[in-house]
Ligand binder design. Structure first.
Ligand SMILES: *[C@@H]1O[C@H](CO)[C@@H](O)[C@H](O)[C@H]1NC(C)=O
Length: 459
């Protein structure tokens, strides 16, 4: 019943949507097609002379469809801005051999292909972010800053940037190597000492420095480990707004993520205080916590709730360990800087109780939780599809149940009739028979046949 209701109620809307989509495609396609090339088998031979930004998609994937209009805009803007990057898309299901050669595992996969190198894009799928990525990765891994003006210009432009200062050295070679790999994440520059402003005083050259948080910090080979692990840890501002994507990216630094969950639209006094405190810890207690913590705030608790599968209050404070999916919450509300410092210290020394995790129980819970939210989201976005996916099997199952139930009640009435014809003695006999059968649990059909002996007696 429900199934048919959904089917018919959403049918006209779906048809309308389809028609609109078809018409708008027909109207717009001549305007758009020029900027994004449909790639096929020939791509592998023809691509080497250019830098390519490619969307590997599957025709059935929802996220790919969502990316499609963004991708057209990316293509248009890169063409208009005179970028050397060419934009294409490839149906990875039609050219699966080539897609797997490029290391495509999910859809959509965005890659920048530059000669022998392939760079994965993992950030938010918005036009500006993708274009920024393309321009950054397509250019040289290390950009040199010839003048003080250029240095001041890039400082203003980028919230985080790495800079090599000095002449030729083994450190510079290492720096270029690290930059070629990590250019997907951030910017790498090099400069001579006279391009720096007076505010930057480096005691020793050559040096690798990160500029962020309105400050700069120097790489120390002995304390900070390998240059690439240091860059990986330092590539984010110490405090930043966090959403699902940033949380995923932050996780790759291997640090704990301390989050103030707040309501940004309608902030309460408590929520402003909590944010203020966590910002102070990030800025003033860098020496103590920077190595292990990334700090930030998240607007609303929706994302966190689904992540940890339980409800956190707004505002509240929590620490996530993204490597093992554990989380920590303070046992008492945090109202002062001391309380917050104590909480973070207790997480580090292991005295704070950990919740969640990636144990077997949590995994089962996750599967159930994800299944529920998938079903909900399918129904929300497309009731028609939801009905086909879940309504059809449900309908079949309920029909089967109905069939079985009615069949059983038929058996029952026959039994009753038979019983009437039986004497007390015979009834006892049949009860014995039934008990014996219960152990063997044959299906209803067999049961009917085996009952036949008692019928014979009646005859
Ligand atoms: C976070 O998880 C990793 C991996 O399981 C573990 O080694 C580390 O000790 C955890 N950190 C804390 C503070 O629990």
């Amino acid at each position: 019943m429900l199934f048919f209701f959904f089917f018919f109620s959403s049918f006209p809307r779906a048809v309308m949507a389809l028609l609109t989509a078809v018409f708008s495609c027909l109207l717009l396609s001549p305007l758009l097609v020029a900027h994004v090339q449909d790639l096929d088998d020939m791509f592998k031979e023809n691509r080497m002379d250019d830098v390519w930004l490619v969307d590997f998609y599957a025709p059935w994937c929802g996220y790919c469809k969502k990316l499609e209009p963004v991708w057209q805009e990316v293509g248009a803007e890169l063409t208009h801005s005179g970028s050397p990057v060419r934009v294409g898309k490839m149906d990875a299901t039609a050219y699966s051999g080539m897609a797997s050669e490029f290391g495509v595992r999910g859809y959509p996969t965005i890659k920048l292909l530059k000669g022998e190198l392939a760079y994965n894009y993992k950030g938010p799928r918005t036009k500006d972010d993708i274009i920024e990525f393309a321009n950054r990765v397509a250019g040289p891994a290390v950009r040199s800053l010839p003048s003080r003006q250029m240095f001041e210009h890039v400082l203003k432009r980028h919230s985080v940037l790495f800079l090599y200062v000095g002449g030729e050295s083994p450190l510079k070679e290492k720096y270029i190597e690290v930059a070629a790999e990590l250019i997907v994440y951030t910017y790498f520059f090099s400069a001579s000492e006279d391009a720096l402003t007076e505010s930057v005083a480096l005691p020793e050259l050559p040096a690798v420095v990160v500029f962020k948080d309105g400050n700069y910090f120097t790489y120390d080979e002995y304390e900070d480990g390998s240059l690439s692990s240091w860059v990986n840890r330092e590539r984010f501002q110490s405090y930043l707004p966090i959403d699902g994507f940033t949380l995923y990216e932050l996780g790759e630094t291997g640090k704990l993520v301390a989050i103030a969950v707040t309501a940004e639209k309608d902030p309460t006094e408590k929520s402003i205080r909590l944010k203020g405190l966590i910002q102070r810890v990030a800025a003033e207690h860098r020496d103590q916590f920077n190595r292990d913590f990334q700090f930030g705030h998240m607007d609303g608790n929706d994302y966190i709730n689904s992540l940890i599968m339980s409800e956190v209050p707004v505002p509240s404070l929590l620490v996530l360990n993204t490597s093992n999916e554990q989380y920590f919450v303070p046992e008492e509300p945090v109202e002062s800087l001391e309380q917050m410092l104590m909480f973070f210290t207790s997480v580090l020394d292991g005295s704070a109780p950990a919740y969640g995790g990636d144990g077997i129980f949590q995994r089962i819970k996750r599967v159930a939780f994800d299944a529920r939210s998938t079903i909900m989201s399918v129904f929300r976005s497309s009731p028609l599809l939801g009905c086909f996916l879940f309504g059809l099997p449900l309908g079949v199952i309920s029909l089967m149940c109905y069939g079985i139930c009615t069949a059983e009640s038929d058996d029952g009435s026959e039994d009753a009739l038979k019983r009437e014809a039986l004497t007390d003695e015979e009834e006892e006999e049949e009860e014995e028979e039934e008990q014996r059968l219960a152990g063997g649990a044959p299906d209803t059909q067999d049961l009917g046949e085996l009952k036949n002996p008692s019928e014979k007696k009646v005859d």
